[in-house]
Write a protein of this length. Structure first.
Length: 742
């Protein structure tokens, strides 16, 4: 009764009045102590401007979760465009425009303008609470899961062998099975998926004192270039990363407005934002299948290895993925055509500004889907009421070419950062006529990929072609966890290591087979009835997604420059439904139990791919979210001893001479430090060089290298020189090569 009274009173309130009060609070919150201050400011500017834009467009969206995610997407675009406008004042004489006073002035003025144009609108809120007290209590308890995930990562950072990440993964699998078996609880699905996504992301993003991961290192560098100078300038670092406003201007605004430490913008704030993307993904699937199937398809998106291990390290792609998911759900949302067009163009602009590769992929997907849609509409005469009219903005060639034009202007003309694209295109074209070793290990997981070169052979070829590469090297297989008590008991019947390797390899092929089975099942179902336009377009998207995957496998250079698993992760937004349908079809004979058994299969798949089951038995490479070991830990996790040794080397390398270190040891230095010191091949035997050894170099004598986007361990066999240690910490050494004694 109380909530109805509150709701009825708020509904009669003018939106501009509440918006103005919240705007004032967001400004005052800047002066409040954390975390209260930054929470108020960040939440307001991440949601309110977008909500005002939606109301300005006179939206007719009735699902409140959809209003939330559309508001988030539009607010992020609002922040990026306002930041670009403010940044341009540098050319008018303002030295450092991206500072707190200027940021608040521009954002406040733009928000006030939106409030003025929506001054006649009233606030819309749910008239009643959507769930009972028991369900709310259960969801409140589940809300603790992200905190447990973050706590487990912090324990691991402190050297404690934490079981909390295992608890998180176990609870996620259990809750998923329970809810997948109970479609009557479908109202809870969006929030539960959000909690799942955020918890998984935090198990990885919270590792390390600073940012930890691969792409995130360069992302963080371009962010700090803009943040520290108060001005974003593509000429300062002409690189595609620096052209991504999502990791330059956007985090700079967030950091300056809130005072959150730079690293935690990427480690926490971006992960919360990205976790929201699972909600539009769920609603997109729900418009094409049952809520139960959509829930399972969304969970498959979270259970994929790229999401489990890598997405928290790809912040620009996280923002791009959010915009992509919003475009997909917008396609099937009941909105007037003009509103759809405007929102589609806005989200396309968001993708292009957020991530260059996501922009290329989405535009390729939309254009090819348009062609396939036209083909299907001509071949399948009974579909869409005999005469198909193009009601989807993504099927409007004018909008698609508008996206291509903006991509050309931004990437080619304004930022001039297409060298990587041109290089990829050139190598891909050359690879059609010449044999090449360029090939990511991701391709080997595909049904059509086949086996590539052995790691040792690939490594030796690389060393032979490297300057100073005369030092013999030896490939070393990745370390595996020792068998636990359970693992030793299981090993009496089967080889645990072989079983885990088999499951890992077969699970990838299993998903591909289920995709084929699901497509056949959908074709059979669709053949028996007149297709709606939504179903026809979905069929076109499936065909186009499959074509893009086959192209990447057939042209291996694409898998090197943009991993196959990363592409598959993005296309799972579309392909998850046929995969789930395929798994359900696998248990067709079980009738009403088929869907439940499919849920169990997905839960088991998640438990293995997340590292939960291998952690219980051992005999499997350690996962970063669960251990202070493993190839990701050795490559990307930086501790204080390594930083101390790097600082000593920079202080004593005057005048600078060569430094021999593998590329991953160099992550212990800042980008500016790496630019100042001459780098020597880690294979060198030259005595005119320092040797920097990070934790893995020192403790195990191994080095790391990335070949064709694949990480490998190797051991250097020096024959003509020995090392004289100059500075040492428990996890790092700085040495000097000297002539070997006869």
């Amino acid at each position: 009764m109380l909530e109805r009274v509150i709701s009825s009173r708020l509904v009669r309130r003018k939106l501009w009045r509440l918006g103005l009060v919240l705007l004032v609070l967001a400004n005052v919150a800047y002066f409040l102590p954390p975390p209260l201050g930054w929470v108020l400011t960040l939440v307001f500017f991440c949601f309110m401007p977008g909500y005002l834009i939606l109301r300005l467009l006179r939206h007719t969206i009735t699902l409140h979760w959809e209003v939330v995610v559309f508001s988030l997407g539009l607010s992020l675009l609002f922040l990026m465009l306002c930041g670009l406008a403010l940044n341009s004042l540098h050319y008018a004489g303002l030295h450092a425009p991206l500072q707190a006073p200027g940021i608040f002035a521009v954002l406040d003025a733009a928000t006030l303008l939106l409030l003025y144009f929506t001054r006649h609108k009233t606030l819309r809120i749910p008239p009643r609470l959507p769930m009972g007290g028991r369900q709310i209590a259960a969801l409140a308890s589940l809300s603790l899961l992200p905190f447990i995930a973050a706590g487990g990562a912090i324990q691991l950072n402190n050297g404690v062998a934490s079981v909390l990440p295992l608890v998180v993964f176990g609870i996620i699998a259990l809750v998923f099975v329970v809810l997948a078996w109970r479609p009557s609880q479908a109202r809870a699905y969006p929030y539960v998926l959000f909690i799942f996504a955020l918890s998984i992301l935090l198990t990885v993003s919270m590792r390390g004192e600073s940012v930890t991961g691969h792409d995130i290192q360069r992302e963080f560098h371009v962010f700090e270039l803009a943040s520290q100078s108060g001005f974003w300038d593509i000429q300062r670092f002409t690189d595609p990363y620096n052209a991504c406003i999502s990791i330059t201007i956007l985090p700079t605004l967030m950091a300056k407005m809130t005072g959150i430490a730079d690293a935690y913008i990427f480690k926490v704030v971006f992960q919360i934002i990205f976790a929201f993307s699972i909600i539009p993904i769920y609603y997109f699937m729900k418009r094409l299948a049952s809520a139960q199937t959509a829930f399972m398809g969304s969970f498959l998106f979270l259970a994929f290895p790229t999401f489990l291990n890598d997405m928290a390290m790809l912040n620009r792609q996280e923002i791009g993925m959010l915009f992509f998911s919003l475009i997909m759900v917008l396609v099937l949302t009941e909105l007037p055509r003009q509103q759809k067009k405007i929102l589609t163009i806005l989200f396309l602009v968001g993708i292009i500004l957020a991530h260059y590769s996501s922009g290329y992929i989405v535009l390729s997907l939309l254009f090819l889907s348009w062609l396939v849609y036209l083909l299907i509409s001509k071949l399948y005469k009974r579909s869409a009421k005999e005469r198909l009219t193009l009601l989807f903005p993504t099927l409007n060639i004018v909008i698609i070419f508008t996206g291509l034009l903006f991509t050309f202007l931004w990437n080619f003309q304004i930022t001039g950062t297409t060298a990587g694209l041109e290089k990829t295109a050139s190598k891909t074209f050359t690879g059609l006529f010449e044999k090449s070793d360029a090939r990511s290990n991701d391709v080997s997981y595909s049904l059509l990929g086949g086996a590539g070169k052995a790691p040792g052979e690939l490594l030796n070829s690389y060393v032979a072609a490297s300057p100073g590469g005369s030092v013999p090297v030896e490939y070393v297989a990745p370390y595996k966890l020792p068998l636990t008590g359970l693992g030793e008991w299981v090993s009496k019947a089967v080889n645990v290591e072989s079983i885990h390797a088999f499951i890992r390899n077969v699970s990838a092929k299993f998903l591909q087979v289920m995709l084929l089975v699901g497509c056949v099942a959908l074709a059979v179902v669709y053949r028996k009835r007149i297709l709606s336009q939504h179903e026809t377009y979905f069929l076109a998207l499936i065909v186009t997604s499959a074509v893009l995957l086959v192209l990447q496998i057939a042209l291996p250079q694409l898998s090197v420059d943009y991993g196959t698993l990363r592409l598959f992760q993005q296309l799972l937004v579309i392909l998850a439904i046929p995969i789930v349908v395929g798994i359900i079809a696998l248990f067709y004979g079980a009738r009403r139990w088929a869907t439940r058994l499919a849920g169990v299969v997905l839960a088991l798949l998640f438990l293995h791919l997340s590292g939960f089951l291998p952690q219980l038995t051992g005999g499997y490479p350690p996962q970063l979210a669960l251990n202070n070991a493993g190839i990701y830990y050795d490559s990307y996790y930086v501790d204080s001893g390594e930083k101390s040794a790097a600082a000593w080397l920079m202080a004593h390398n005057i005048p600078p001479i060569g430094v021999a270190a593998d590329p991953y040891a160099l992550l212990r230095f800042t980008t500016e430090e790496r630019a100042r010191m001459p780098l020597t091949s880690p294979f060198t035997d030259s005595t005119k060089a320092f040797v920097y050894k990070d934790r893995v170099n020192k403790t195990s004598g191994l080095f790391l290298i990335n070949l064709n986007s694949n990480l490998y361990y190797y051991r250097v066999k020096r024959t003509h020189a020995r090392e004289n240690c100059l500075y040492s910490t428990p996890t790092a050494d700085v040495c000097k090569l000297v002539e070997a004694r006869p």
